[in-house]
Design a protein around this ligand. Structure first.
Ligand code: GRF
Length: 217
């Protein structure tokens, strides 16, 4: 399975995928392209040191949104992408990409959707909001992507306890390591093994791979 990984920042989620491919856990999975939304993303250096092709496709560099979508779509199709993985990617994908890769785009969000998500809820903000609200558990969510921020069908979630002395930074770091870097490789593994079924907004994880002839993603 060819995956394209879309990034905007440090790339710790990308690194987790790279490490799991190396360890053999993601056998049969190949990162055919990394697309960064800006040239400053440290994730680019992680990809280059693995010899993974990198493209920088930044909305600000295009005269129109349509031109940006066209570039993004042609890059993904050109890389023979089977699955698009948003790993700390902060731009909203255009409808042509979402329709072409319908039910084949997943995103990791650092909170338990539907809590602390939506426009503007990225980076440290979900963790600040979680602490301000006084929740006792938080975590991360892997979901399929549709046209609205963080609203697609939920595939995987993992919760951890919020500690009395947690700050947004300490909570963010624990959720990255204990939740995100586990959930995203696991989600890719399940999809590569054909064990995911989507009916409307509900995702079902199957014990075994879906047999031939049935609806697959
Ligand atoms: C992660 O918490 C991710 O969920 C969020 O941005 C953070 C940075 O991710 N969207 P990464 O280190 O760039 O993978």
């Amino acid at each position: 399975m060819n995956i394209s990984v879309l990034v905007s920042g440090g790339g710790t989620n990308l690194q987790a995928i790279i490490d799991r491919i190396r360890s053999g856990y993601l056998a049969g999975v190949h990162i055919s392209l990394v697309i960064a939304s800006n040239e400053k993303a440290y994730a680019i250096a992680r990809a280059e040191s693995e010899g993974i092709p990198v493209r920088v496709i930044s909305l600000k560099d295009f005269p129109t949104r349509n031109e940006y979508d066209r570039q993004m779509l042609s890059a993904l199709v050109g890389a023979n992408t089977d699955l698009v993985v948003l790993a700390g990617f902060l731009s909203l994908l255009g409808s042509s990409v979402i329709q072409t890769f319908s039910n084949r785009i997943i995103n990791i969000h650092p909170a338990l959707i539907p809590s602390f998500c939506g426009p503007g809820m990225y980076g440290i903000r979900p963790h600040q909001a979680a602490l301000e609200r006084g929740v006792k558990v938080s975590g991360a969510t892997v979901h399929f992507v549709n046209e609205h921020y963080d609203e697609g069908p939920i595939m995987l979630q993992k919760a951890i306890g919020v500690l009395p002395d947690d700050t947004p930074d300490t909570l963010q770091k624990r959720i990255m390591v204990e939740c995100e870097q586990e959930l995203l490789p696991h989600a890719i593994r399940l999809i590569a093994d054909n064990r995911v079924q989507i009916n409307g907004n509900i995702v079902t994880l199957l014990a075994d791979s879906i047999t031939a002839g049935k609806e697959t993603i």
